[in-house]
Design a protein around this ligand. Structure first.
Ligand SMILES: Cc1cc2nc3c(=O)[nH]c(=O)nc-3n(C[C@H](O)[C@H](O)[C@H](O)COP(=O)(O)OP(=O)(O)OC[C@H]3O[C@@H](n4cnc5c(N)ncnc54)[C@H](O)[C@@H]3O)c2cc1C
Length: 555
């Protein structure tokens, strides 16, 4: 926690040095002592301190300075740090001006120069002022602060990225807190830069304007560059399947890297409560599961890269992945664990308002913002049910829209029971989204009711879409075999009419979780025919490592 600041301003460098020396010897242990010989530079400095979220306890300014006198400086400085104690340094001749400043210009005290001995003429009065300041001092937040607006898709993307990577941050909605004096002061201190939202402020005083996850990843120490260019095992995708493979691979001695473009945890990381994962009788949140798995993987030395894989190729015994930043990683064995991404809902207005009231998936960061609002959840599977239960804790009402006549064929019974017992969740059957409306953010939804043939237009603050998912594997299209929907074929699925896949040169069949390229494996939801569950992803990721050992023994 940085110490609060005592700032003195005097254009006479000898006096400035003397006051700094005396302040440091008495208060240096508890405060940071800063001096400036120019009031305008001191005001700029105060703005920087405001942006860094520093605390200023005392402003001490000489009255007689050219261009800006002490009173004028202190009055401007109050606008930036209104809580700081303010004192003047004056010559005897200026005593009247100083007294008048105390009466009319919110100055707390004045000191006559010279103040020797300080133990008599400086410290007792300053002790008093600082005790007073300490009584109402609340330490400021010392982590990352993100300034943005709730309905901005870019702000949403950034907050979601930070939350899912477990990076603590303070969110400042500049519209909602427009009347908050402290936010106003921060925006004024930022000046024109405050227009470049989202603005990310770091505790070291640096900032990112129009911040994007990749830049923030670098700043917060998420690794974006591989430490070496070669690994025994490279895993693309950090969901449950990829994380399990990483833990098993590294724990069994493989030099392992895992590439994840958003945040470890994958879809599971969006789940507010996984109730069917073995060993957690009361359930656990996907975020918690992901956090534990990441710690476990790191303990075994797995390198986790915050990057997107955009291409892959095989060159002799090497498997090479190309990353979005243009760098490449080579490995002996490559594991694809890229899971699935949400299917898009096709209706007018959806693309325009995505991130501004319309979200695919859980929207972990949005749940809290839905306090007292009407929220729609589209979809009838378990993921939609879990999300509805989570939003119901905050929203006034949650309405689940499903095309069918009930949830029974698509959702687990335990969730159906929970939903039935939650009074602020309502199920709207035979319903599909026809259009969404709103200028800058979602305001209304037109719902087509297939049983009546009518369309109803209803108010809505947020709509979360959970309508199934598809793999995004185009980047692998020229390398590995995929089914018509893009899922990767492995093991027995590659054997047709007793024939091994085209181009296969080894004198064995592909292993159970191996693709048509030896040494490239696919696990979890991205694999054709996989069971879309956390446990099965974890199982496949772990089992595949055994095949990798067998593969590596022959490379
Ligand atoms: C809201 C929700 C609730 C759920 N609840 C449950 C539950 O209660 N119980 C249960 O068993 N299952 C549940 N599931 C399903 C379960 O989460 C999935 O089956 C499981 O996460 C699949 O794991 P995976 O590792 O195969 O893929 P994913 O979890 O999809 O992870 C894939 C990862 O790969 C990354 N990735 C993709 N492409 C690239 C690329 N090119 N470069 C780098 N990284 C990439 C993605 O960002 C993602 O993090 C739920 C799913 C959701 C969405």
């Amino acid at each position: 926690m940085p110490k609060p600041i005592l700032l003195s301003v005097d254009d006479d460098s000898d006096v400035l040095r003397a006051i700094e020396r005396d302040l440091r010897s008495q208060y240096g242990a508890a405060y940071r002592i800063i001096g400036s010989d120019s009031p305008t530079e001191a005001l700029d400095l105060l703005k920087q301190l405001k942006v860094r979220n520093d605390s200023v306890a005392l402003l001490l300014a000489d009255q007689r300075m050219p261009r800006m006198d002490g009173v004028a400086f202190l009055q401007e400085a109050i606008g930036i740090f209104p809580g700081a104690k303010r004192a003047l340094l004056t010559a005897y001749a200026d005593t009247n001006a100083a007294i008048s400043a105390i009466n009319h210009a919110s100055i707390n005290y004045f000191f006559l120069k010279p103040w020797d001995p300080p133990a008599e003429h400086l410290y007792p009065q300053l002790d008093d002022l600082l005790d007073d300041w300490q009584a109402s001092y609340r330490p400021t937040f010392q982590g990352i602060r993100v300034l943005g607006t709730r309905w901005s898709p870019r702000s949403y993307e950034l907050r979601d990225f930070l939350a899912r990577n477990h990076v603590p941050y303070q969110w400042i909605d500049v519209e909602l807190s427009a009347n908050d004096p402290e936010t106003k002061r921060l925006l004024e201190a930022l000046g024109p830069e405050a227009a470049n939202l989202p603005v990310v402020l770091f505790p070291d005083g640096t900032k990112l304007l129009e911040g994007v996850p990749a830049d923030v990843a670098q700043k917060v120490g998420l690794r974006t560059r591989a430490q070496t260019s070669f690994y025994d095992l490279a895993i693309v995708g950090g969901g449950p399947a990829g994380l399990a493979a990483a833990v098993y691979g590294a724990s069994e001695g493989l030099h392992t890297v895992m590439v994840e473009r958003e945040a470890p945890g994958g879809q599971a990381g969006m789940s507010s409560r996984i109730e069917n994962y073995l060993g957690f009788p009361t359930g656990l949140s996907g975020g918690d599961l992901a956090r534990r798995a990441v710690v476990q993987a790191q303990r075994f030395g797995v390198e986790i890269l915050s990057q997107e894989a955009v291409g892959a190729r095989a060159e002799g015994p090497y498997r090479i992945i190309k990353l979005a930043d243009g760098n490449e990683i080579s490995c002996h064995a490559l594991m694809i664990a890229t899971g699935v991404q949400w299917r898009r809902l096709e209706a007018p207005g959806i693309d325009r308002l995505q991130g501004a009231g319309i979200y695919y998936g859980g929207g972990a960061t949005e749940a809290l913002s839905c306090q007292g609002e009407i929220v729609y959840v589209v979809g009838g599977a378990n993921s939609a049910g879990q999300a509805a239960m989570n939003f119901a804790k905050y929203a006034e009402r949650v309405i689940i829209l499903v095309r069918g006549e009930s949830l029974s064929s698509t959702m687990s019974q335990y969730l159906i029971d929970q939903i039935r017992e939650t009074p602020n969740i309502q199920l709207w059957t035979h319903a599909s989204v026809a259009e969404v409306h709103g200028d800058t953010h979602l305001e209304e939804i037109s719902v087509l009711c297939s049983d009546t043939g009518k369309t109803e237009r209803v108010p809505a603050s947020a709509m979360f879409i959970f309508i199934g998912a598809l793999p995004r594997t185009d980047w692998l299209a020229n390398l590995v075999e995929r089914d018509e929907r893009g899922f990767l074929l492995t093991g027995p699925d590659l054997i047709r009419d007793g024939q091994r896949p085209k181009g296969w040169t080894l004198d064995r069949d592909p292993f159970l979780l191996e693709t048509n390229v030896p040494g490239i494996f696919a696990v979890g939801d991205v694999r054709h025919g996989s069971i879309k569950r956390v446990a099965s992803g974890v199982g496949e990721g772990s089992v595949a490592v055994q095949f990798i050992h067998q593969y590596l023994s022959k490379v």
